[in-house]
Write a protein of this length. Structure first.
Length: 357
């Protein structure tokens, strides 16, 4: 049976990228060597990095005064590294869920953290808006898409202080104005690559604001100056990331993927709103295009395990909601085909017929 991969992360990658990666593992570029066994200090790997850099810039319209680098350790490592590099006195954070909280906790080791806004009062079901941003902050940190709760900023925030965004789960899913951000970072395992690499896009002048002496690997300058090659970078995930960027360009770039993502999300949210057995969990205007959360409607709660089984039997993978939210979460990342969303919608409709008169 065909599987529909709604995993939250690591998650679906384009089929042709997976195939190319499989081939490269066996024989990289006709070299007779596996991609898993080549040195990063080779022309071949230089080209992988250079191509990825050029494509990232082209796809996201990243200006020349920004640098891109890759590191291991996941977004979770970057939570403390951001603060270690830039939090001298006081930074502002917006608390929109689990990942924001983790970033806040790490930042508190390095200085004062001012929570400028939080949606915790309503179990993170909305994106706080209209809060004021003091001009004396070292930076402002946001989580642009809340993978667990299914909320997302649909507009780029305007900030008088350097804006730093964790975009782990919606990077390259929609057009953004990179110039609104001083730094964009995230784990690549949601929209770009298998687990093992994080991306950082940083405005050069932010590097001049470093506030303390740092271990070499924690210092962002190291990775900028050595072009992600101070130590051995995660060769395989970076290769796949590059192939995913090529795929994105080949289908028409970010504007096209944004169109597709909106189409998929509208399809599923429309069914959630229509179907008597289900309801959405977050404010409509803040609904994520990437992570679509829903629960059984009032009075039908006890059907949740049965629906999960029903959906699993129909090929749906990874739709069980995070334990903090319950219910269901369909992650509809860039590479998820519309057919998978249609299959899930059909499944919900069939289930409704079985349980309503
Ligand atoms: C998945 C995720 C993370 C954690 O990433 P790791 O690479 O596992 O550390 C952080 N932030 C957001 C928004 C995520 O979705």
């Amino acid at each position: 049976m065909k599987k529909h991969n709604f995993n939250a992360g690591p998650s679906i990658l384009p089929q042709e990228v997976t195939e190319r990666a499989a081939q490269a593992v066996l024989d990289f570029n006709g070299s007779g060597l596996s991609l898993l066994s080549i040195s990063h200090r080779t022309k071949d790997f230089d080209k992988i990095l250079a191509d990825a850099d050029a494509l990232f810039r082209e796809l996201l319209h990243i200006p020349d005064n920004y640098r891109i680098f890759y590191v291991g350790g996941g977004a979770s490592t970057l939570f403390y590294e951001v603060a270690a590099n830039f939090l001298g006195k006081k930074a502002g954070y917006v608390n929109t869920g689990v990942w924001s909280k983790k970033a806040i906790k790490e930042a508190q080791r390095y200085g004062e953290v001012q929570i400028l806004a939080s949606s915790e009062d309503k179990n993170f079901t909305y994106i706080p808006k209209g809060f004021s941003i003091p001009a004396d902050l070292d930076y402002l940190h946001i989580t642009s898409n809340n993978t667990i709760y299914g909320t997302e900023y649909h507009e780029d925030l305007v900030s008088p202080v350097p804006l730093i965004a964790d975009m782990s789960s919606n990077i390259l899913s929609r057009e953004i104005d990179v110039t609104k951000y001083a730094m964009i970072y995230g784990g690549a395992q949601k929209n770009l690559a298998p687990a093992g690499v994080s991306f950082v896009i940083i405005r050069e002048d932010l590097l001049d604001r470093q506030v303390r002496d740092l271990p070499t690997m924690v210092n962002f300058r190291t990775h900028v100056e050595k072009n992600s090659m101070f130590n051995t970078p995660p060769v395989f995930p970076i290769y796949v990331l590059g192939e995913t960027l090529k795929w994105l360009k080949s289908i028409g770039g970010v504007s096209e993927i944004e169109r597709r993502n909106k189409e998929k999300a509208e399809l599923l949210y429309a069914e959630i709103d229509r179907n008597t057995l289900f309801r959405g969990t977050v404010e409509k205007e803040d609904r994520s295009l990437m992570n679509i959360c829903f629960v059984m409607a009032d009075g039908y709660e006890e059907l949740a395990p049965e629906f999960l089984q029903f959906a699993t039997d129909h090929g749906m993978v990874g739709i069980k909601g995070h334990r903090l939210v319950g219910g269901f979460r369909a992650s509809c990342y860039n590479a998820l085909p519309k057919e998978s969303v249609e299959a899930l919608v059909a499944c919900m409709q069939e289930f409704e017929k079985l349980h309503t008169k």
